[in-house]
Design a protein around this ligand. Sequence first.
Ligand SMILES: [Zn+2]
Length: 263
Amino acid sequence: MKVAGSTYDELVALRSKTVFERAKLAAASGDRSRLDMTAAHVLSLLERFPALYREAWVTPSNKASRFACDGFEISDGWAGLVDRLSARLSADPSCHVWQLKEKFGRLAVYFDDDESVPRDPRLDAEMETALDEAADESMRTCEVCGEPGTRDKRGYLVGVRCGPCEQLDEISATCKSIAERLEGMDLAAFAASEFVQDAIRMELLCLGHAAACQPPASRARLPGIGWERLEQFKEARAIKGIPVEELWRFASEEALVLGRKLR
Ligand SMILES: [Zn+2]
């Protein structure tokens, strides 16, 4: 659960809050990355399974609360399977989870047994099965949207994505590449370099194809993106006809905003 803090003092203040308080702040701000779990999902888990996530209410005191830093390092796509897993783990009153994260494209759950709480040792097998089944399901569930996905190496990282979400990553990477290509350039330098213009036109073609792959559900999840306009870029002819000034404006302004929206 990340909440943006703009100054060092704000970040320190955030660190002193419980995960529950931070989730409430995040829910109010609405500011999140595409790869963070929506605060409403986090709050729902914390409120419905308070004993399982008991550390989420603990005020962090240095090393005392491991949950306080990054309790839910997963995206929305796994919210459903984590919900079902939480219900199964709650059968053991001594179990308390202190972190859930994506690790090598697989759900990893870190938990402890509270020895002061009496428990039935016959629960061990059920707990183990629940954890194994959730981990197996995570490896075939898109981390971003929850649709069936494949686990693969993506760049330096292993992750699980469905086809359209993989294309969203592609859009994000293309926007980053556009920004790097234009670094230190102004309109005059851009207008003088046909090589850079052609390279940007090729990047736009990639954006157009990736946008065309997005189903209605994916477009609805990211409403602030001009999907129809982006999709026009899949036509090489349309891209060729874009005047240099307009190409510059898109690459130097709109692509930056688009990249930020797909963080
Ligand atoms: Zn997906």
